[in-house]
Design a binder for this molecule. Structure first.
Ligand code: PLP
Length: 381
C-alpha cells in the first residue's frame, strides 16, 4: 500500500457493531463483562480503547512499523521511552534538541541516575568518545528546531551497531510522509502528533512506533502502568487529521520551497535555513533520507536586532505569532524569546540562533498569499 492509501485505510475498518465507516469515538472508561474474566478483549480504557487501537494500527503502518503506542503528548511518549532506562544508563542526544525533550532528560531523568551527553551527532569523533557500554539510547532529532540541521540516521545506526544502545528518532519535524526512520535502521520512532500528524492545531498527542515485538510489549506495559493515555476524542481527531497528512505536507513543502527562495533573494535577509538549498550543510543527507525538504523555514536579518525581528513578528497578516508547528495555518515564531528564551545569549549565538532569527511553519494556504504576506512585512522593516 502506498502512503496516500495507508492514511485512509491502514488499520481502519468499518465498525463491526454498526458498520460506521468512520472510526467511532468509544467514550467509555470501562466495558461490561459477561462473567468474571469473560469479555470482548476490553476491560478498562486505560489499558485498551478501540478508537485508540485503530489510531495505533494506522500510525504503525505509516512508519512502516508493526506496533504503534499512543500517549497523551509527545513528551509523555518520550517519558515512556526514558522509563525503560535504569540508574547508570546513559543517553546520547543531539545538541540542538527540542527544548522540552532537553528539559525532560536533564531536569527529570538526571535525578534518577540517567546520564546524558549532548553532542553534534554528525561529529564522528565526539560520537565515538561519548559512546560506551552504559549508553542505552541515542536520541536523534532531524531536521532540528529551529536551525533545521540534518542528522544522517543511517550513519548513527552504523556507529552504534554492536553496542547496547537503541536508536530513537524524533520524527516530528519531517512526519512519516517525508521520512521513515525504521526503514533506515532506527529502533524507535517518536512523534509529537500534536504537529503534522494531527495537523489542525486542536489536539495534544504523542506516539511511539516500533517493529520489534519485545519493545512493543515493554512500551504497552508502560503505557498502561504509568497511564498517560490520550482521550478517545483526541484519538478520533488525530485519525481524522491523518487522512490528509500527505496532501497537507505536500502543499507545505511546495510553499516552503518558494518562500525560502523569496527570502534568499531578499536584500534585508542575511541567512535562510532550509534543507532544500544545495548549500545547506545537510542537503545531501536530506535528499537521501527525506522524500521532500519539509515545511519549516528559518531566516534572520542583516540588521540583526530584536526590534527588527519584532516588526516582522507583529505585522504579518496570515502568519500567526504562536508556538507549535505543522498545522494547516501558517505560524511565525521567534526562538530567541519564545522556545529558546532560557538559553544564555552567547550559547544561542554560537549555534546561529541570532536575535533576529525567525521561524516559519508553512501551512496550506495559497502559496502566493503567503509569499505576499512575507514580502509586504519585510518591506516595512
Ligand atoms: C512539540 C514537540 C515535542 C513535544 O510534543 P508535545 O506533543 O508538545 O508534548 C517533541 N519533539 C518535537 C520535535 C516537538 O516539536
Amino acid at each position: 500500500m502506498k502512503f496516500g492509501t495507508k492514511v485512509i485505510h491502514a488499520g481502519i475498518h468499518p465498525d463491526p457493531l454498526t458498520g460506521a465507516v468512520m472510526t467511532p469515538i468509544y467514550q467509555t472508561s470501562t466495558y461490561a463483562q459477561e462473567a468474571p474474566g469473560v469479555h470482548k478483549g476490553y476491560e478498562y480504557a486505560r489499558t485498551q480503547n478501540p478508537t485508540r487501537a485503530v489510531l495505533e494500527a494506522n500510525l504503525a503502518a505509516l512508519e512502516n512499523g508493526t506496533h504503534g503506542i499512543a500517549l497523551a503528548s509527545g513528551l509523555a511518549a518520550m517519558d515512556v521511552i526514558l522509563k525503560r532506562l535504569e540508574p547508570g544508563d546513559e543517553v546520547i542526544s543531539t545538541n540542538d534538541l527540542y527544548g522540552g525533550s532537553y528539559r525532560l532528560i536533564r531536569r527529570v531523568y538526571e535525578k534518577y541516575g540517567i546520564k546524558s551527553r549532548f553532542i553534534d551527532l554528525m561529529d564522528g569523533e565526539a560520537f565515538d568518545a561519548a559512546l560506551n557500554e552504559n549508553t542505552k539510547l541515542i536520541w536523534v532529532e532531524t531536521p532540528t528546531n529551529p536551525m533545521l540541521n540534518v542528522v544522517d540516521i543511517k550513519s548513527v545506526v552504523e556507529r552504534v551497531k554492536g553496542s547496547n544502545a537503541l536508536v530513537c528518532v524524533d520524527n516530528t519535524f519531517a512526519s512519516p510522509y517525508l521520512q521513515t526512520p525504521l526503514d533506515l535502521g532506527a529502533d524507535i520512532v517518536l512523534h509529537s502528533a500534536t504537529k503534522y500528524i494531527n495537523g489542525h492545531s486542536d489536539v495534544i498527542l504523542g506516539a511511539i512506533v516500533v517493529k520489534d515485538e519485545r519493545l512493543a510489549e515493554e512500551f504497552h506495559f508502560l503505557q498502561n502502568a504509568a497511564g498517560a493515555v490520550p482521550s478517545p476524542n483526541d484519538c478520533f481527531l488525530t485519525l481524522r487529521g491523518i487522512k490528509t497528512l500527505h496532501l497537507r505536507v505536500e502543499q507545505s513543502c511546495k510553499s516552503a520551497a518558494q518562500i525560502a527562495e523569496v527570502l534568499r533573494r531578499h536584500p534585508k535577509v542575511a541567512n535562510v535555513y532550509w534543507p532544500g538549498f544545495p548549500n545547506h550543510k545537510g542537503h545531501d543527507i536530506a535528499k537521501a533520507q527525506m522524500h521532500r525538504f519539509g515545511g519549516m523555514v528559518s531566516f534572520d536579518l542583516k540588521e540583526d536586532t530584536l526590534e527588527n525581528a519584532s516588526k516582522i513578528l507583529s505585522n504579518t497578516k496570515l502568519f500567526t505569532l504562536a508556538e507549535s508547528l505543522g498545522g494547516v495555518e501558517s505560524l511565525i515564531g521567534h526562538p530567541a524569546s519564545m522556545t529558546h528564551g532560557s538559553i544564555p545569549r552567547p550559547e544561542r549565538l554560537a549555534v546561529g540562533l541570532t536575535d533576529s532569527l525567525i521561524r516559519l511553519s508553512i501551512g496550506v494556504e495559497d502559496t502566493s498569499d503567503l509569499v505576499e504576506d512575507i514580502a509586504v512585512t519585510l518591506s516595512r522593516v
